[in-house]
Design a protein around this ligand. Structure first.
Ligand SMILES: *[C@@H]1O[C@H](CO)[C@@H](O)[C@H](O)[C@@H]1NC(C)=O
Ligand SMILES: *[C@@H]1O[C@H](CO)[C@@H](O)[C@H](O)[C@H]1NC(C)=O
Ligand SMILES: *[C@@H]1O[C@H](CO)[C@@H](O)[C@H](O)[C@H]1NC(C)=O
Ligand SMILES: *[C@@H]1O[C@H](CO)[C@@H](O)[C@H](O)[C@H]1NC(C)=O
Ligand SMILES: *[C@@H]1O[C@H](CO)[C@@H](O)[C@H](O)[C@H]1NC(C)=O
Length: 377
């Protein structure tokens, strides 16, 4: 543990020795851009690439007006047949993937990047999903290891799947290597041993995902040394003793271990207390969750960001300010609320119960707290 902490500090120093102009980089627990502190005040909008170009512009315009600097969005959609509508990046046929470079594929994402830049925003791009929304890990497993028991965690260990994922990731890395609008790549949204439609094998434990994170983040750095890399995980702990479930050694992924991987630049956590057995205690649980990750941020000496959070059962306008206050006072590097909404040409953008729109109380709070985070530094 000590050695890996030391290695990660050395890696940080090497990166910081020559920051690339216009690329966001890290020094210790903070983000920087062109020699100035970069405020990671963010939001999520996974659906951006599914919209028309004018709707993408509208969404980024609303987001920029809320004062945030950073938008997290999906860089994946794996399909097994061509959809009648919408953007996809990889079409699977009988175990072979074809990357879609067309106007409903990576060329569409070019517009997302272009519009983000035009609105002065940076992007965090996540490259696959634990969940089966937009394909994700289970598509790789069913296409490439159809007779191996269907275990979700084959995604992290099967050599053919690892190569296929590297091939996909490299298409993104090479397309955007020189593009500073991308702040960071993320390996996966919410990786865990178990999947939506597939179980975990008995072999999957925390070392499974830590090893995968180590391999894949090193691979990304080898192809694209300019962009930051994070996981995109929920920040689960593996703490001994009687603990609330997100601290409990049952989920199979360890924030304490993963943050020490030298080729990871920053740490991520999510916060959904009502889905994590904490429905009676959403505010207090969230405050403790943020504080405990800020403690690890200091130990690891890397920025840590609460890059998704939400609650539906309580008044968001009362809960979120208490969570943001803890971000500010704990020193946690940044935040990104789940999720931004806009009124678009075809109606409101998707609302999963967490979406805030430009005329809402939460939108005004996003703006206020983005300003407070910038002022804190
Ligand atoms: C992956 O997806 C399914 C969601 O149904 C869950 O069963 C697993 O816990 C897993 N984790 C997530 C969402 O990160
Ligand atoms: C895929 O496999 C099925 C069943 O073997 C076959 O019928 C089909 O032609 C194959 N499709 C392609 C595009 O190879
Ligand atoms: C609520 O969460 C906090 C932080 O985890 C904990 O200290 C407290 O005991 C919890 N309260 C209840 C009633 O569960
Ligand atoms: C939620 O809190 C906000 C801000 O305190 C308040 O304006 C609003 O009326 C509350 N809404 C409900 C439904 O309690
Ligand atoms: C916000 O604007 C939308 C679309 O114009 C409208 O339907 C909604 O009622 C408004 N909500 C509030 C809280 O003003």
């Amino acid at each position: 543990m000590r050695l890996s902490a030391l290695l990660s500090m050395c890696a940080a120093l090497v990166v910081n020795a020559s920051p690339i102009p216009n690329f966001v980089y890290t020094v210790g627990q903070k983000f920087f851009l062109n020699g100035h502190e970069y405020t990671f005040a963010g939001t999520n909008a996974y659906w951006l690439a599914q919209m028309s170009n004018s709707d993408i512009d509208q969404a980024f315009s609303d987001i920029a007006a809320s004062g945030v600097t950073t938008v997290r969005t999906w860089g994946f959609n794996d399909v097994t047949s061509v959809p009648s509508y919408g953007t996809y990046y990889q079409l699977w046929t009988n175990g072979t993937a074809a990357i879609n470079y067309g106007s409903n594929g990576l060329a569409k994402f070019d517009y997302v990047v272009q519009s983000a830049a035009a609105h002065g925003l940076h992007l965090v791009v996540t490259l696959t999903n634990n969940w089966s929304d937009y394909g994700g890990m289970d598509v790789y497993v069913s296409e490439l290891a159809p007779n191996a028991g269907g275990y979700h965690d084959l995604f992290y260990t099967d050599p053919t799947i690892i190569e296929a994922y590297k091939t996909y990731v490299s298409a993104w890395l090479t397309r955007y290597t020189a593009n500073p609008t991308i702040l960071s790549w993320e390996l996966a949204n919410e990786p865990r041993c178990a999947g939506t439609s597939s179980p975990a094998s008995s072999a999957c434990d925390t070392t499974t995902i830590t090893t995968w994170v180590s391999t894949l983040s090193a691979y990304i750095k080898s192809v694209d040394p300019y962009h930051l890399v994070a996981i995109g995980d929920e920040g689960w702990f593996q703490r001994p003793g009687a603990q609330p479930y997100p601290y409990d050694p049952s989920v199979g992924i360890s924030f304490d271990d993963n943050i020490m991987v030298p080729t990871l630049d920053w740490g991520t956590l999510h916060l959904y207390p009502e889905y994590w057995g904490q429905a009676d205690n959403v505010t207090e649980f969230g405050i403790a969750w943020i504080r405990d990750h800020a403690t690890v941020q200091k130990l690891a000496n890397k920025p840590v960001v609460i890059e998704e959070f939400g609650v539906t059962i309580a008044n968001q306008s009362l809960v979120y300010p208490q969570w943001w206050d803890e971000v500010l006072s704990s020193g946690l590097a940044g935040d990104a609320i789940w999720q931004s909404g806009s009124y678009l040409s075809g109606g409101p953008s998707p609302n999963d119960g967490f979406t805030y729109y430009p005329n809402s109380t939460v939108y005004a709070l996003v703006r206020e707290y983005a300003g407070l985070l910038k002022a804190r530094g």
